[in-house]
Design a protein around this ligand. Structure first.
Ligand code: SF4
Ligand code: SF4
Length: 199
């Protein structure tokens, strides 16, 4: 279900994760608890966003769902996840991580930073998915739902940073918050990735 925690990443030059300085700082391996926390954080946002768009226009909701599925299933995987060391795992046809679990690996692995275009597509896609309620709810006079949604959005971004982005091995992501020292430790163990980052 997840990468064997007893095995190193395929990009890693070490034979074992035991006594690795990276293992306490970053998450090279994922588990069901992390996935459940991530889904638990993001599900209320999707429910409220979907409801808001539905009461505005049911047809828009269908288009919004179609976009969200194609974004998280294909677009985001190309512009962001294809840069992630987890994406490099051979023998996995779908991602087995703490966020986009199950998304197909249709693109080739691209170690190194995201381009400006990739970052723009990544951020624009997230805005298309999560910002409509902020525009729609005031038009509908649904201020209470707007306050709840905005609070959840802020809590999600804060929680994401603290629980995930500070320990995520995809340094290319614009949200990545891993400190320089931990990045350098990871680079030392993953020479191909170090080279792709020009270090
Ligand atoms: S960097 Fe360390 S924790 Fe990560 S896969 Fe390699 S040995 Fe394991
Ligand atoms: S960037 Fe995040 S969501 Fe994408 S494969 Fe890596 S860990 Fe999973």
């Amino acid at each position: 279900m997840f990468l064997d925690s007893g095995k190193t990443l395929s990009t890693c030059g070490r034979n074992t994760c035991e006594e690795c300085d990276v293992s306490g700082r970053l998450k090279c391996h994922f588990n069901g608890k992390q996935l459940a926390v991530f889904l638990g954080m993001v599900a209320p946002l999707f429910i409220i966003a979907g409801y808001s768009i539905f009461i505005f226009n049911p047809l828009f909701m269908i288009l919004w769902i179609a976009f969200a599925l194609s974004y998280f299933g294909f677009i985001e995987i190309r512009v962001m996840c294809s840069h992630c060391p987890h994406y490099a795992e051979p023998g996995m046809k779908t991602l087995k991580c703490w966020a986009n679990y199950g998304s197909p690996k249709l693109w080739k692995y691209r170690p190194g930073p995201m381009s400006l275009m990739e970052k723009t597509v990544f951020i624009t896609g997230l805005a298309v998915i999560f910002l409509p309620p902020v525009l729609i709810l005031p038009m509908l006079g649904q201020y209470l739902i707007l306050v709840v949604y905005t609070a959840l959005l802020i809590a999600w971004k804060t929680g994401l940073r603290l629980l995930f982005c500070k320990r995520c091995i995809n340094f290319a992501c614009p949200f990545n918050a891993v400190d320089k020292a931990a990045r350098n430790l990871f680079f030392e163990n993953n020479p191909e990735i170090k080279q792709a980052w020009g270090r």
